[in-house]
Design a protein around this ligand. Structure first.
Ligand code: FAD
Length: 411
């Protein structure tokens, strides 16, 4: 009788959870172990800056694997366990307590680390970063006594925190070094619309503004100095300065890394028995090696990495997407944006809904929507099927978007 294989997955985010579940599904005889340094059943991060901060939900309400947890799928979860090394020669991982676990196949899904601003380091009094459930709880309770919050960084997470804090009655100032918010994810028109939504609710958005110094004051507030020598006073600061891939474990094991773990289309690292997925990887995308930091990518790529660790040879082909919720705006992007699309098409729907398309030839390559959930779902299918579209008809809100699905794939 052959011994069942050991599949070990490091990291309890969506990439790790879906890798573990799919590995077990593909090879039910395998012993699948999920190693997570966090103390609880893996939970979703997106609600942390939204419902959890607003006090409408707890992270425990959104377990990634659903109500039965990963155990319900036959996966052994080891919480509060940090993996400190991968011994490739022995095919073992090493934990912080010195324990060794043998693997036949390994999946690394260690996610990202928040980018720190040297003037506002993690752990400084009244300075918050947001990545984990514990950080969300700490920020949520600090907001209860806050009058003025300063958010450093006008990206998705910073703006979601700004919106949630405003809804809680806290006065919010956002400092953004670039001339517009969401510059990394949205076109200018969408940025302007989101900007307007924040300003109308009283958020003080400071664009083209650099933070030069931060000083704790004796009264417990923080004085933030800007490049124009202005001083902004706050009693709480949230830093949303982006994230970096946590590829330290892989790098120290000698795997190929380059601003993330480099994997092939099958999520294989430079060691054929080690796979990687999620925020931590750079994978072959339509515009070369790509890194993404969004939930759907982590889930879909994790699933492929898990199946391949269990013996499949699937390619990761998912269409990337993200979403964000700020006040009454539901922002979604699907596909691969390009710096120079062949054509841009705007489609304004009923009410406040809007969708901006980017075309490559006659195909939709990217769509960015505001309050256009149904149309974005159709746009995803147009992108997946590479359907040819007529740009003039695409802009016409009287023609249901679903009609385009009947057309043939572009040649
Ligand atoms: C506040 C917040 C809001 C977000 N909102 C959205 C949203 O609205 N829409 C969207 O698309 N995306 C959103 N995201 C992004 C999305 O959550 C991430 O892209 C996704 O979680 C990445 O999944 P991952 O599994 O690759 O990594 P992660 O979720 O980062 O999980 C990695 C896990 O590995 C653990 N780990 C790392 N090293 C070790 C080790 N050595 N040993 C053991 N465990 C280890 C970490 O502690 C962590 O639990 C949000 C993220 C945050 C933080």
């Amino acid at each position: 009788m052959t011994a069942s294989r050991n599949i070990v997955v490091i990291g309890g985010g969506p990439a790790g959870v879906f890798a573990a579940i799919e590995a077990k599904r593909r090879d039910p005889a395998a012993a699948v172990t999920l190693i997570s340094e966090e103390p609880c059943e893996p939970y979703e991060r997106p609600p942390l800056s939204k419902a959890v901060l607003l006090g409408k939900a707890a992270a425990a309400d959104a377990p990634i694997a659903g109500p039965k947890g990963v155990a319900g799928y036959g996966v052994s979860l080891e919480c509060k366990t940090r993996c400190t090394a991968i011994d490739r020669a022995a095919s073992e991982i090493v934990t912080a307590s010195g324990r060794r676990l043998r693997y036949d196949a390994l999946v690394i899904a260690t996610g990202s680390l928040v980018r720190q601003i040297p003037t506002l380091p993690l752990g400084a009094a009244r300075v918050h970063y947001l990545r984990t459930e514990a950080q969300a709880r700490a920020l949520g309770s600090a907001l209860k006594n806050a009058r003025h919050l300063c958010v450093v960084g006008g990206g998705l997470i910073g703006l979601e925190v700004a919106a949630s804090a405003t809804e809680l009655g806290v006065k919010v100032t956002v400092i953004e070094v670039l001339p517009r918010i969401l510059a990394r994810v949205c076109d200018e028109e969408t940025s302007a619309r989101v900007e307007d939504a924040h300003r109308r609710r009283g958020v003080d958005l400071r664009l083209n503004t650099i933070l030069t110094r931060a000083q704790a004051e004796p009264d417990g507030s923080i004085a933030l100095k800007t490049g124009t020598d202005e001083t902004l006073m706050a009693d709480l600061v949230v830093v949303g300065a982006g994230a970096a891939p946590d590829d330290r474990l892989a790098a120290s094991a000698g795997l190929r890394t380059d601003n993330g773990i480099v994997v092939d289309a099958q999520c294989r690292t430079s060691d054929p028995r080690i796979f990687a997925a999620g925020d931590v990887v750079r994978f072959p995308g339509p515009h070369g090696l790509t890194r993404r930091e969004d939930w759907r990518h982590a889930q879909d790529q994790g699933a492929v990495a898990g199946r391949n660790a269990a013996g499949a040879n699937d390619e990761y082909r998912s269409v990337p997407s993200f979403w964000s919720e700020q006040f009454d705006l539901y922002i979604q992007g699907v596909g691969s944006a390009s710096a120079k699309p062949d054509r841009r098409v705007r489609r304004y729907g009923s009410g406040a809904s809007q969708i901006n398309f980017e075309l490559t030839g006659a195909r939709v390559a990217y769509a960015l929507g505001i309050n256009a959930q149904r149309d974005i779902a159709v746009a995803r299918r147009l992108i997946e099927r590479q359907t040819a579209v007529d740009p003039v008809a695409l802009a016409d809100p009287m023609i249901p978007l679903g009609n385009f699905l009947k057309a043939k794939a572009a040649g």
